[in-house]
Design a protein around this ligand. Structure first.
Ligand code: UGA
Length: 460
């Protein structure tokens, strides 16, 4: 089960977390936090063995609970559809343990109609029709900030086809929607832009299922859109950051998820876009827009590789420092990480790579070529390198000591796939600096004692 998706125990509920992976359960029972997630260690410490218990006994957990959240994985099949076999198997097991009215809630990202199927499976396994309801309660949590995203959501979506199940779910979230959670002294601190109290949106189960897929597809589309705009900026010498500011301040568009980069990755967007396209096709609609979003995303990595070639000419034997392996900052997750895919491509081209990631090195070791070096700081990664590549938007990579970095590099070339620095500042510190959707900047030079402005290179 994806056990981290909910921190309902911090809302005062008693939660039994069920998993069939004994090693995972044992680790959790002893206080181990197997993923990098802000505030999770504190919350586990607060609630473990009190509001939160762990078990491999699904029957007992179902009997003891009114609401049962299904949060199993829905990995992609070879055809790109969501594999729902884990959902089905859990639904079957739940049906045998129903001992009174239960709400069975889909938390996993699933295609529209899954709630109908879960209902059918449970009925097929002899549960009485009025002994349960199936509801959809999609999550919009981002890895790395899942705890605050849960406690300070923009909205809570409850997809319930009966008043009874809508009421159970509304009660579960009441401490958030009535604002009482936020009055507590021990509440997890609010992030910027928190909507307090959050809005509760009650929809049909099918609408809720679609809201989840449509939200992720829209966000991915926003990223591909700005990456496509960034490519045009590079061709004409415009600055994508200025374009983002200009379009993002339109409240109808908004500034978030408009950061250009090396493309989106992770365990959600790539998988969910494919699944959404498959669902649409099954319903008789060819969602070609999604194909284009995926194509632009793939192309963005190729463009970055071309940028590295432009900066270094040939790649074989070049030593590269790499900052970041996780699919984004703030997590140790490397699933579908564009950083990993780029490092693999560069290794294949014969580059020597020294990489640093604050959290994802261990996981990366398992998938990357053993010839690769994992180091313990950004400066070690830069040491003696022909160029430094920034591939993940970790906050600490945006606050490097630039003079120290300059001294470490063999050639002061930085290729930034996340636009963490101002090109003029980098040029002022003596770097040749390539980024996304902005002209490359060359070091400032002094002519007869006067400093000339940073020279910009077009079509980086
Ligand atoms: C995403 C959604 O943001 C969550 O709302 C959703 O709940 C989750 O998927 C899910 O379905 O479980 P997550 O995969 O954790 O969350 O990561 P994001 O923060 O959305 O980032 C995804 C990718 O897009 C990363 O590779 C990130 O670097 C990239 N990105 C993000 C950009 O390139 N530009 C941006 O402006 C934002």
């Amino acid at each position: 089960m994806r056990w981290w998706v909910r921190v309902t125990w911090d809302l005062g509920h008693d939660v039994i977390l069920v998993d069939n992976d004994q090693a995972k359960l044992n680790a959790l029972k002893t206080g181990d936090v197997p993923i990098h997630e802000k505030f999770l260690p504190e919350l586990l410490l607060r609630h473990r063995d009190r509001k939160l218990t762990f078990s491999d006994d699904l029957n007992h957990a179902v009997r003891a609970s009114k609401a049962i959240f299904i949060a199993v994985g829905t990995p992609p099949t070879e055809q790109g559809e969501a594999d729902l076999s884990y959902v089905e198997s859990v639904a079957r097991s739940i049906s045998g343990a129903i001992n009174g009215y239960k709400v069975i809630i889909e938390k996993s990202t699933v295609p529209v109609y899954t709630s109908d199927w879960v209902r059918k499976i449970i009925l097929r396994n002899a549960a009485a029709p009025d002994s349960f309801d199936v509801a959809s309660n999609p999550e919009f949590l981002r890895e790395g900030t899942a705890v605050t995203d849960f406690l300070y959501p923009d909205r809570i979506v409850v997809g319930a086809d009966s008043g009874r199940s809508a009421s159970v779910l509304s009660q579960i979230y009441a401490p958030l929607t009535d604002g009482s959670y936020y009055q507590r002294n021990d509440a997890i601190p609010a992030p910027d832009r928190a909507h307090i109290p959050p809005q509760l949106i009650v929809t049909s189960a099918k609408s809720a299922e679609l809201i989840k897929h449509a939200s992720n597809a829209f966000l991915a589309m926003k990223i591909s859109f700005i990456n496509a705009v960034a490519s045009i900026c590079e061709s004409v010498g415009a600055n994508v950051q200025q374009v983002c500011q200009g379009i993002g301040t339109d409240s109808r568009i908004g500034p978030r998820f408009l950061n250009p980069g090396i493309g989106y990755g992770g365990s959600c967007f790539p998988k969910d876009l494919m699944a959404f396209r498959a669902v649409a096709r099954e319903c008789g609609y060819e969602f070609r827009l999604l194909d284009e979003v995926m194509r632009i995303n793939e192309e963005q990595r190729q463009r970055f590789l071309r940028k590295v070639r432009t900066a270094l000419w040939t790649l074989r034997g070049k030593r590269l420092g790499v900052l970041g392996l996780a699919f984004k900052g703030g997590t140790d997750d490397i699933r579908e990480s564009p950083a990993i895919l780029l490092v693999q491509a560069l290794l294949q081209e014969g580059c020597q790579i020294a990489a640093y990631d604050p959290a994802a090195a261990e996981r990366s070791r398992a998938v990357l070529n053993s010839s690769m070096e994992f180091v313990n700081s950004p400066y070690e990664a830069a040491n003696g390198a022909d160029a430094l590549l920034i591939l993940t938007e970790w906050e600490e990579f945006a606050a490097l000591d630039l003079d120290r970095l300059h001294k470490q590099l063999k050639y002061p070339i930085v290729i930034d796939g996340r636009n963490l620095y101002d090109p003029d500042v980098m040029a002022g510190h003596g770097f040749t600096y390539y980024s996304i959707g902005r002209e490359a900047a060359m070091p400032l030079t002094t002519v007869n004692g006067a400093v000339t402005p940073a020279r910009k290179i077009r079509k980086s």
